[in-house]
Design a protein around this ligand. Structure first.
Ligand code: TRP
Ligand code: SF4
Length: 335
């Protein structure tokens, strides 16, 4: 069975952007039973841009796992683990760094974004942030994440395309140098994410405060949905709207509502028989209904249970990782 590997940085509680863009896809892949799935929390990667303040890291790991499990990732079906619990990943990262030309790392088009992220969006600070060795090594560490588990398939967003390309090149170079076919070249599996925005119409992001968390209460969800930007050309309640111009709510209807409701919203919006306030109220109810079981499951996992699940996952992952490193050192004729 094909090994499938993917990870997420523990940036905090997950929002609907993560859910629709990544998590829902992971769960479908897991449930297809076509792959041997490895899903992990990339806590080392989060240090590349947030090495100074680690105060929330442990708690973020717990919360992201809670989101994973409540949404349907299943430790019986997938191996779920923490990157930093697998020292073999760091060991492989080091070994791969020996064979990776510096200019491969330097041409990573996301390097500038890492510096930006490390500055926390503060432009004055940005000039004072140095590019670290860790940032340069980001895609090589990511390659180690994948190759430690002999990942052949990697579900990621389009933003990871350049990283995956480097992973393929590194795998190829290893096989060439050591005259073997040890690593499969990991193929990206791009998710086609429905275009759903943050409530202000920009990309959904925690740092812009325009997100709706999976874990939000029904009231919090309602408050956020009511702030969504609609059709900006619809000024008065009596103006007919245009769902194609409706920036945020209508695309959400397309994701969460059934055909019948979508058609009704379109018809009522375009004849002005529906106002945006009522429309958003109904949308919040639909979103709340969709996430109700997930939110209930979320509340039912104790910290202890989650830690236990991670401990088991780490153990399972580690056995695989140890085995890969053993084989690899054999090929490299290392001690
Ligand atoms: N860099 C990825 C992101 O920001 C997260 C990640 C780290 C990852 N290691 C990985 C994804 C390995 C897939 C495979 O989204
Ligand atoms: Fe968007 Fe609904 Fe307002 Fe139409 S009525 S513009 S679909 S929020």
């Amino acid at each position: 069975m094909t090994n499938l590997v993917s990870g997420m940085r523990p940036t905090g509680k997950l929002h609907l952007g993560h859910y629709l863009g990544v998590l829902r896809n992971w769960i479908d892949l897991q449930n297809s039973q076509k792959y041997n799935c490895f899903f992990f929390i990339a806590d080392w990667h989060s240090l590349t841009t947030k090495y100074e303040d680690t105060s929330e890291l442990k708690n973020n790991i717990l919360e992201i796992t809670r989101d994973f499990l409540a949404s349907g990732l299943n430790p019986e079906k997938s191996t779920i683990y923490i990157q930093s619990a697998i020292p073999e990943i760091a060991e492989l990262h080091l070994l791969l760094s020996m064979i990776t030309p510096n200019n491969w790392a330097e041409r990573d088009p996301t390097l500038k974004d890492l510096v930006k992220a490390a500055a926390g969006g503060d432009e004055a600070k940005e000039a004072n942030i140095s590019l670290t060795y860790g940032m340069l090594g980001y895609p090589i560490l990511q390659t180690a994440d994948i190759l430690t588990f002999k990942g052949a398939l990697v579900p990621v967003g389009k933003d990871q395309e350049a990283h995956l390309e480097m992973s393929r090149e590194i795998a190829r170079r290893f096989n060439y140098i050591f005259d073997c076919e040890f690593f499969a070249e990991p193929k990206p599996l791009f998710t086609d994410t429905p275009l759903v925005h943050g409530i202000d119409g920009r990309k959904m992001s925690k740092s812009w405060n325009n997100d709706i968390k999976i874990s939000a209460t029904e009231e919090e969800t309602m408050v956020q949905v009511k702030k969504m930007i609609t059709d900006t050309q619809r000024i008065k309640r009596s103006d007919p709207g245009d769902v194609e111009r409706c920036l945020v709510p209508f695309p959400y209807y397309k994701v969460f509502a059934n055909e019948e409701i979508i058609a009704q919203v379109k018809q009522e919006c375009e004849t002005a028989s529906r106002g945006c306030i009522d429309c958003k109220k109904q949308l919040a109810e639909i979103i709340n209904l969709y996430f109700k079981p997930i939110r209930e499951r979320r509340a039912n996992f104790s910290d202890e249970q989650i830690k236990d699940i991670l401990k088991n996952g780490n153990q399972k992952a580690r056995l695989v990782a140890q085995n890969t490193l053993k084989e690899l050192k054999n090929i490299m004729k290392l001690y």
